[in-house]
Design a protein around this ligand. Structure first.
Ligand code: BDP
Length: 714
C-alpha cells in the first residue's frame, strides 16, 4: 500500500509541469481522469477502497466508470469485493435489493441518492437508485464530486430530474454531413453500421449518461424516408443496443411522405386509413428491432417539408395519427412547432402561435409539442417563445440549439449556459408571477406528466467532438440544466471548468468569468438591443444586415431590423404586428411600452427613432454603436485573460483556445464594422466620439462571399 502511494506521488510529481505522454486533444471531454493533487487523491482513495455490488450490464458500467475514474485520479486499482469493508462504495439498485440501505422512493427511474453512512460498523458510501440507471447516474455524480475536489466523506444528496425526456437532436444526414454542424462529419457511420460499432459510440453514451441525457434522435429533422427502411432500422437498432445499458433510448425523425416514397401510397393524408395502417406497420417493424424505441420527431409543413396541411388537415391530425401507431408500444411523438409559411404575410414571429394555439387540447396524450426557445430561430438573443404558457392543455418541450449556428459556429467562445438559464427563468406570467418557462416544460405549471427538453447537438467526428474545447461546455450545460433547471449557468460553468481543465481555483475563476460574459459579448457584436436575424444568407456566417432581395420577405435581414432614416426595430406592439398580444396580458402590457420592455429586447418589440433615449441617457444610435464597441472590447479582454492562463493550461488546448479567440476577435470586429457601416448608410448619423470608423467602406463588406462555409445544406 505504502509503496503504491509512493509510486503514485512520484508519478504525479513527474506529471505536474512535465509534458504528458498523451495528447490533450479534448477527446475525454469532462470525463478526464488525470492525477488529482496529493490531498485530493488521498481523500478519494480513502473513500473508495473497494466497490460492492452489481453485475447487471448497467451496474457493471457504473463500477467500471468508478474504477477507471479513481485509477486516473489516484493511481489506485479499486477491487470489486463481495463484503463490505471500510471506505467501500456500495452500488445499490432498489430493483435488485429487498431492503435498500437508502430510500429510493421519489427518485423516479433516473434519479439517485448518495450517502456516506455506517454499514455493518464500517463507514461507506452508498450510491443508490430505484433502477440500475439511477445508480449509474449516481456513480457519475460521485465522480463529478471527486473530479471537482468536493468533500467525499460527508455526502448526503438526492437528485432526480423533473423533466422526463432529456434528448439530443442530431441534425445528421444519412450521407454523413451534419446540418448546422461545425465539428466535422456525423459520428454515425451509417455505411458500416450495423456491423461495425466503433468505440466512439460507447464514449458518446458515457458522456451523455454522465449528464443524465436519456435519449437521442439520430437523424436530421429534415428527414429522408430511407431512415425508415429495414436496412436503416437495423443500423439504428445496433446503436440502440449499445446505448441501452447507459439509459439512453433512440428516436428517429420521420419524413411525412415516407409512405408514398417508400411504398408507393397515393397520399400521406393522416385521415386516410391506408396511411395510418402503413405507419402502424412501420412502428411495429421498428419496435420488433428496438423494443424500447422512444418514438418519432416530426418537422412538418415547415421550410418546404411536407405535412398534414398539404391534405388540409391540422398538425394535431398528423401528430395523433403517428401517436396511435407508436402508442401500443409506449412510444411518443414529438411534433415541432417551428413553422412559418411562404404564403403567410403575418409577422413570422407570430406564425407558430397562430397555428398551434387553436389546437390546444386536441393532441393525443402521447404527443408533446416541441417549441424552440424563441419565436424566430435560435438567435443570439430572443425573448422566450409565446407558446410557452399559452397551451395549458398540451405538454410542450423545449428545443434549444447547442450547435452555434448563429453564435459564432465552431470558433467563437460563447457559452450558452447563460442563454439556457435566461430562457428557463423567463416568467411567462401565464398563471401569475413565477410561471416560468422551466415550470411550463417540467409540467408543474399545468400538471403534465409527459415532459421534455431537446438540444440540437454540436457533435461530430472532430477529436474534441464539438469543434472546440469550449463548445463542449454547451453540451455539458445543456445536459446538466436539462437534469436540473434550477442550476445556474455559473455553477455549471464552474463544474465544467474544474473537470475539463483543473479544479484549481486560479484556473476555474478566470475561465468561468470568461464564459459568463461571453454570450453577452456575442449579442453585443452581432445583434445588440434586441436585433435579430441579420446574418449572411444560407450559411448564417457573418453579418449581412443589408440583404433585401431574397424570395421570401422573412428571409431578408431588412425584414427584421427595419432600419431607415428615422429609426430601427420591428414594431411588434399592439399597434404594430401585435406579437406582444401572444403573451399573457400582464406581460403584453409591459412589452407594448418601450420603457417597460427589457432594454436587451427593445428592438425586437419596438421600432424607435434614432434619438430615442436609452436608460443610460444616451441616444439609441449612440447606444447601438457602444454595444458594438463593447462586444469587440470584451473579446479582446477574453484574449488577455486567456493569455494569463498559459502557465496553468496544457499547451495543446491553450493554443487552440488562443487561436480561436483571435478568430473571434477578428470576426467580432468584422460584425461590428459591417453592421455600423450599413446602419450608418441608412441613418446618416456620425459615430459618437471615441468610436472608430469601420475599417472598410460598406461595399467591401457586401462583396464578401463564403461559398464553402460549413454546416449549410446544399
Ligand atoms: C434553422 C436552420 C435549418 C433547420 C431549421 C429547423 O437554419 O437548417 O432545418 O432551423 O429547425 O435554424 O428546422
Amino acid at each position: 500500500m505504502f509503496a503504491r502511494l509512493f509510486c503514485w506521488i512520484m508519478a504525479s510529481a513527474l506529471l505536474i509541469g512535465a509534458p504528458r505522454a498523451w495528447a490533450e486533444d479534448g477527446y475525454d471531454l469532462w470525463l478526464r481522469n488525470v492525477p488529482a493533487d496529493a490531498a485530493a487523491a488521498q481523500q478519494i482513495g480513502a473513500n473508495a477502497r473497494s466497490i460492492v455490488g452489481g453485475t447487471s450490464p448497467t451496474l457493471t458500467i457504473a463500477r467500471q466508470e468508478l474504477q477507471r475514474g479513481i485509477a486516473g485520479l489516484t493511481g489506485a486499482t479499486v477491487p470489486l469485493t463481495a463484503t463490505v469493508q471500510q471506505g467501500a462504495i456500495l452500488l445499490q439498485s432498489a430493483a435488485q435489493q429487498d431492503k435498500p440501505l437508502v430510500p429510493t422512493d421519489g427518485l423516479g427511474p433516473d434519479g439517485y441518492a448518495i450517502r456516506t453512512m455506517t454499514v455493518v460498523g464500517k463507514p461507506v458510501t452508498v450510491i443508490a437508485g430505484a433502477t440500475d440507471v439511477g445508480v449509474l447516474h449516481g456513480a457519475y455524480a460521485w465522480l463529478r464530486l471527486a473530479r471537482t475536489g468536493a468533500a467525499l466523506d460527508r455526502i448526503d444528496m438526492r437528485s432526480a430530474p423533473r423533466i422526463g425526456l432529456r434528448l439530443l437532436n442530431h441534425w445528421d444526414n444519412l450521407d454523413g454531413t451534419v446540418e448546422r454542424g461545425y465539428a466535422g462529419q456525423s459520428i454515425w457511420d451509417w455505411w458500416r453500421l450495423p456491423d461495425y460499432k466503433g468505440p466512439r459510440y460507447t464514449d458518446y453514451a458515457r458522456a451523455n449518461a454522465s449528464l443524465g441525457i436519456n435519449g437521442t434522435v439520430l437523424n436530421n429533422v429534415n428527414a429522408k424516408s430511407d431512415s425508415l427502411t429495414a436496412a436503416y432500422i437495423a443500423k439504428a437498432a445496433a446503436l440502440a443496443d449499445l446505448f441501452r445499458p447507459y439509459g439512453i433510448k433512440v428516436y428517429l425523425s420521420v419524413k411525412w411522405t415516407a409512405p408514398m416514397e417508400l411504398d408507393g401510397l397515393k397520399s400521406a393524408d393522416p385521415l386516410d386509413p391506408a396511411v395510418a395502417a402503413w405507419w402502424k406497420a412501420k412502428a411495429d417493424e421498428i419496435y420488433k428491432a428496438i423494443p424500447d424505441f422512444g418514438g418519432f420527431l416530426v418537422k412538418a409543413n415547415s421550410e418546404g417539408q411536407p405535412g398534414p396541411q398539404d391534405y388540409k388537415r391540422t398538425h394535431a391530425d398528423g401528430a395523433n395519427m403517428l401517436a396511435a401507431a407508436v402508442k401500443p408500444h409506449g412510444g411518443i411523438v414529438m411534433w415541432r412547432a417551428f413553422v412559418y409559411a411562404h404564403d403567410n404575410p403575418d409577422d413570422r414571429a407570430k406564425q407558430a402561435y397562430s397555428d398551434f394555439k387553436p389546437l390546444d387540447g386536441q393532441f393525443a396524450d402521447n404527443v408533446i409539442v416541441q417549441v424552440k426557445n424563441g419565436a424566430i430561430d435560435f438567435q443570439p438573443r430572443e425573448p422566450f417563445h409565446p407558446l410557452f404558457g399559452a397551451m395549458p392543455k398540451t405538454p410542450l418541450m423545449m428545443e434549444f440549439q447547442i450547435t452555434k449556428e448563429y453564435l459564432g459556429q465552431s470558433t467563437h467562445l460563447t457559452y450558452l449556459g447563460t442563454l439556457f438559464e435566461e430562457t428557463l427563468k423567463s416568467d411567462t406570467l401565464a398563471k401569475g408571477k413565477g410561471s416560468t418557462v422551466a415550470k411550463v416544460i417540467d409540467g408543474s405549471l399545468e400538471g403534465h406528466k409527459l415532459t421534455g427538453i431537446a438540444g440540437v447537438a454540436n457533435i461530430g467526428v472532430d477529436r474534441d467532438w464539438s469543434g472546440s474545447i469550449f463548445n463542449q461546455a454547451d453540451w455539458y450545460a445543456f445536459g446538466r440544466m436539462a437534469w436540473d433547471t434550477d442550476l445556474t449557468a455559473e455553477a455549471v460553468a464552474r463544474e465544467w471548468a474544474a473537470q475539463t481543465f483543473s479544479p484549481d481555483p486560479r484556473v476555474v475563476a478566470p475561465i468561468v468569468a470568461m464564459m459568463m460574459g461571453s454570450r453577452e459579448a456575442a449579442v453585443d457584436y452581432m445583434t445588440p438591443l434586441g436585433l435579430a436575424h441579420i446574418m449572411g444568407t444560407g450559411h448564417h456566417y457573418g453579418p449581412a444586415p443589408w440583404v433585401s432581395e431574397l424570395a421570401r420577405p422573412e428571409w431578408n435581414p431588412v425584414y427584421y431590423h427595419k432600419a431607415d432614416k428615422q429609426g430601427i426595430g420591428f414594431d411588434r406592439t399592439r399597434t404594430g404586428s401585435n406579437a406582444t398580444g401572444q403573451y399573457a396580458p400582464a406581460l403584453a402590457k409591459l412589452l407594448d411600452n418601450p420603457k417597460t420592455t427589457p432594454e436587451r429586447e427593445l428592438l425586437w418589440f419596438h421600432h424607435l427613432p434614432w434619438d430615442y433615449r436609452l436608460q443610460s441617457g444616451e441616444t439609441l444610435w449612440d447606444g447601438l454603436i457602444h454595444h458594438y464597441d463593447r462586444g469587440v472590447e470584451t473579446v479582446a479582454a477574453m484574449q488577455r485573460d486567456w493569455a494569463k492562463l498559459k502557465p496553468q493550461v496544457d499547451a495543446e488546448r491553450f493554443a487552440q483556445v488562443e487561436t480561436f479567440l483571435a478568430i473571434q476577435h477578428r470576426e467580432a470586429q468584422w460584425w461590428r464594422d459591417a453592421c455600423i457601416a450599413y446602419f450608418q448608410s441608412v441613418s446618416g448619423r456620425p459615430l459618437p466620439a471615441g468610436s472608430a470608423a469601420p475599417a472598410h467602406p460598406l461595399d467591401w463588406y457586401k462583396a464578401l462571399s463564403f461559398p464553402y462555409a460549413p454546416g449549410h445544406p446544399k
